[in-house]
Design a protein around this ligand. Structure first.
Ligand code: BGC
Length: 382
């Protein structure tokens, strides 16, 4: 099979015949067509393969991570990311599978916030509990734009740099926001996402990635037996519209205590008002951290395959969503309908509705400042 890739150092577009044989020796990035958007533009799929033969594929449409192929404890590869095999299916309908989320990941109450005395109105695109809000950047968030892509190669990693200029007023947000997101997949089976942005007017920014994982392999059943640990002694309880009440509450003694490992299914059906509002876990956990830099946020272990995913982040919080809204209407890559709770999303971020919550860490980016944050997903098996 012929693949093309751009050498990061020379900029030359190269053509190779067997990506797999090169992947065994060094990281490599290949590019294939991923289909056509309704407006006629074509989307590409970039596959980042490392020296272990593990692979991550990303499309420039929505910056979506479409595939994460990593070994189990016997070295058997499986794709642990929910998603589709062509861009047309993402356009037709996706609950943000693998996507880059912005300008504001998670919810903003009523689609309104006030900044420097001015009130901004965002289109609302979600109504949990019958209460409208803006979710994940609005109707056409960063998950639905075609990003400019530049493949990158380093000695121990393959990468993809994505850039999007979000215009002043787009989806109701102020300021031209120049966003760069760089994915790196290295020889240690670590996927690192680096986010960066600048603006010419003050604006909220809260970027994340919305991958859904099933460490047994996408389409392989529910995630209820996955064992989760969260480095979070507190979470932000929500109202029926899934907007934080403003309280930061200890998890201790509640079904939200994942400070020690617990199967996701163990307590998800407990009679509890918060679990009722979320239809299960769909909550924001405040990480136990001091200072800047990467800290461990989460670890997920799947006992049958032995696969482990650790998440490290520079962000203050993580949204844990256990696929409560998956209902089988989305049919994935292996022709398997993604049914109730067959994927887990762990989205590193600032807490929901921060622009309206003065006690939460600020998400406001101002001219002259640079938004910079990173998250790392480390895959292994035991
Ligand atoms: C949210 C869920 C939402 C889902 C959309 C998650 O980040 O927490 O409430 O339904 O995204 O697929």
């Amino acid at each position: 099979m012929k693949h093309k890739y751009r050498n990061a150092f020379t900029g030359a577009l190269l053509s190779i015949t067997t990506a797999a044989s090169l992947a065994a020796a060094q990281p490599v990035i290949t590019m294939t067509s991923f289909g056509t958007l309704p407006d006629g533009r074509s989307a590409q799929l970039y596959t980042l393969a490392n020296s272990q033969g593990a692979k991550v594929s990303i499309t420039n449409y929505g910056g979506i991570v479409t595939h994460i192929i990593v070994p189990d404890r016997e070295g058997r590869m499986a794709d642990v990311a929910l998603g589709y095999d062509m861009v047309e299916k993402y356009v037709a309908g996706s609950p943000y599978f693998g996507a880059l989320i912005g300008r504001y990941g998670n919810r903003i109450a009523g689609g309104k916030f006030t900044l420097d005395g001015k009130t901004y109105t965002l289109p609302t695109n979600d109504v949990p509990g019958g209460v409208p809000c803006s979710l994940h950047g609005g109707k056409t968030g960063f998950d639905k734009v075609l990003w400019d892509a530049t493949p990158l190669l380093a000695s121990d990693a393959a990468g993809l740099k994505l850039r999007h200029l979000s215009k002043d007023g787009e989806e109701g947000y102020p300021g031209n926001l120049d966003v760069t997101v760089t994915y790196w997949f290295n020889n240690k089976n670590e996927l690192r996402i680096e986010y960066s942005a600048t603006t010419d007017k003050a604006t909220p920014v809260n970027l994340t990635n919305h991958s859904y994982f099933n460490l047994a392999g996408e389409g392989a059943g529910t995630i209820l037996d996955h064992i989760l640990t969260l480095n979070a002694s507190n979470y932000t309880p929500v109202d029926k519209g899934l907007i934080p009440t403003g309280k930061v509450t200890p998890v201790s003694g509640t079904p939200f205590d994942f400070t020690t490992p617990h199967a996701i299914g163990e307590r998800v059906n407990t009679v509890d008002e918060q679990l009722k509002f979320g239809g299960g876990y769909d909550h924001n956990f405040v990480l136990d951290r001091t200072g800047k830099g990467l800290v461990k946020a989460a670890e997920v272990y799947e006992p049958v395959s032995g696969r482990v995913m650790e998440i490290l982040t520079e962000e203050p919080a993580i949204q844990f969503y256990c696929g409560n809204f998956l209902d089988g209407t989305n049919v994935g890559k292996s022709n398997c309908p993604y049914t109730y709770r067959t994927g887990i999303a762990l989205e590193t971020q600032h807490s929901p509705d921060s622009p309206n919550q003065p006690a939460f860490p600020s998400t406001i980016l101002r001219p002259g400042q640079r938004y910079e944050t990173a998250t790392l997903y480390r895959f292994s098996a035991r």
